[in-house]
Ligand binder design. Structure first.
Ligand code: XLS
Ligand code: NI
Ligand code: NI
Length: 441
């Protein structure tokens, strides 16, 4: 594909192609074959892979123990607009070379925040005019936009949940600008991740007021976006902790409650992130299933945590077995509603070659592709679906079916159980399910 930027940053890396499982080329897909049809859809359409602006182009490897290790050639310009254009060139070069269709951003990933709201808005408008041109030239689309209401020190006590109304209003202004930008770029969705929406100590916190304020804030954002013609879906991205001790959107179940409590269920769904699921002591597939049960499985932030520590390491996905379990839920629930798979993941601090960014995304895409193929094969060829159907077969006929359709009372259960005697012992056969999973991955 032709380059549309003025500058080439990833020199020496060409278009990434599918070469199949036998290839030893680190810069080729082994399993992600975009046009291959699996379960009635191309892989491209199933996944809608997206590049995350923040990790890929802004994350230079800094951590609490030391500065960044990566000097990106697109972050040298001193003028903020020139720097933003260079970053956009790098973004679109990367996305088109790897053959993805989408990207995601926070407002101030695109361009540095200025000293005033007005100047920041001007910078964003200039940058999105440039991004719009690049979208048109390349066909790359915006999967979702969001606003960073957690990094700036003004949000140290929260954004929509801040105890000071002035900060709440300031966050509202920022979200309005980010929504305008998302709409101008035909963004398909808009995400709310409550970075500092939570608390550290209940001693100084009015939890009820803070949560109600978040509800009011989300409704305002939704009403505004709809009044501006936004047709997409809003996503809440759950996370249990970090940066605050108690994040209000702890997990999928908690976030679904937020959505329902504040009357947002017609417009909001969930963006499930793997590492956030595991931080909440859940599996990724559990969170997907909870979202799907509520008809709110909207989008995925793909990454992976580390089992030996307890924070958001945002590593690239590479665990095929776990991803296959997730893809079983994904296929069964009919995929994602509106969203896609955004690589919210960063290369390690000591992965300093520019090509590492490609290798990491290729590995992530291959992990999902391999897992999708395995999950589809399990569903088509193994006894998995049959076993599962059989396990619940007692609800398909007789009294079980009557119970299921709501026509039995507790007394009916008593009468039935009295006549039926001790229920037969039926094995859960977990190891058999695990063997099937193993066999097909
Ligand atoms: C951080 C979140 C963040 C969101 C977008 O932990 O995952 O990157 O996806 O604000
Ligand atoms: Ni995320
Ligand atoms: Ni994260």
């Amino acid at each position: 594909m032709a380059l549309i930027g003025d500058k080439e940053f990833f020199k020496g890396v060409g278009d990434i192609k599918f070469e199949g499982a036998a290839s030893d080329n680190p810069l080729a897909f082994k399993f992600y074959n975009p046009e291959q049809v699996v379960a009635g859809k191309t892989m491209r359409a199933h996944f809608k892979f997206a590049m995350a602006y923040w990790h890929t182009l802004c994350g230079n490897g800094g951590d609490p123990f030391g500065p960044g290790t990566k000097s990106f050639p697109w972050s040298v310009a001193k003028d903020p607009i020139e720097a933003a254009r260079d970053k956009a060139d790098a973004a679109f070069e990367f996305i088109t070379k790897i053959g993805f269709d989408y990207y995601c951003f926070h407002d101030y990933d695109l361009v540095d925040e200025a000293d005033s709201l007005a100047e920041s808005e001007k910078r964003i408008q200039k940058t999105i005019a440039y991004l719009k041109e690049k979208q048109q030239a390349s066909g790359v689309k915006l999967l979702w936009g969001t606003s960073n209401c957690f990094s700036n020190p003004r949000y140290m006590n929260g954004a929509a949940s801040n105890p000071n109304f002035d900060v709440v209003a300031r966050a509202g202004a920022q979200v309005k600008i980010a929504l305008d930008a998302t709409i101008a770029l035909d963004g398909e969705n808009y995400v709310f991740w409550g970075g500092r929406e939570g608390y550290m100590s209940l001693l100084n916190t009015n939890m009820k007021l803070e949560q109600d304020n978040i509800g009011r804030f989300l409704n305002m954002a939704k009403d505004y976006a709809c009044s501006q013609g936004f047709k997409g879906t809003f996503f809440i991205e759950p996370k249990p902790m970090e940066p605050t001790k108690h994040q209000y959107d702890f997990d999928a179940a908690t976030s679904i409650n937020t959505i329902r409590e504040y009357g947002l269920e017609n417009d909001f769904k969930l963006n499930i992130e793997v590492n956030h699921a595991t931080l909440a002591q859940h599996t990724f597939q559990h969170e997907l299933q909870v979202a799907a049960n509520a008809n709110m499985l909207g989008s995925i932030d793909a990454n992976r945590g580390d089992y030996q520590n307890g924070w958001d390491t945002d590593q690239f996905p590479n665990n095929v077995m776990e991803t296959t379990e997730a893809m079983l839920v994904f296929l069964k629930s009919g995929g994602l509603q509106g969203g896609g798979i955004n690589f919210d993941a960063k290369t390690r601090r000591n992965s300093t070659d520019l090509e590492d960014i490609f290798i990491a995304h290729i590995g992530g895409a291959d992990t999902f592709a391999k897992a999708l193929l395995a999950a589809d094969a399990i569903r088509q060829n193994s006894s998995y679906e049959e076993l599962l159907t059989k396990r619940y077969a007692s609800f398909n006929s007789g009294k079980g079916a009557e119970f299921k359709n709501g026509s039995l009372s507790l007394k009916d259960l008593y009468n039935y159980a009295s006549e039926n005697g001790e229920p037969e012992q039926i094995s859960g056969k977990q190891e058999l399910y695990e063997c099937i999973l193993n066999q097909y991955t």
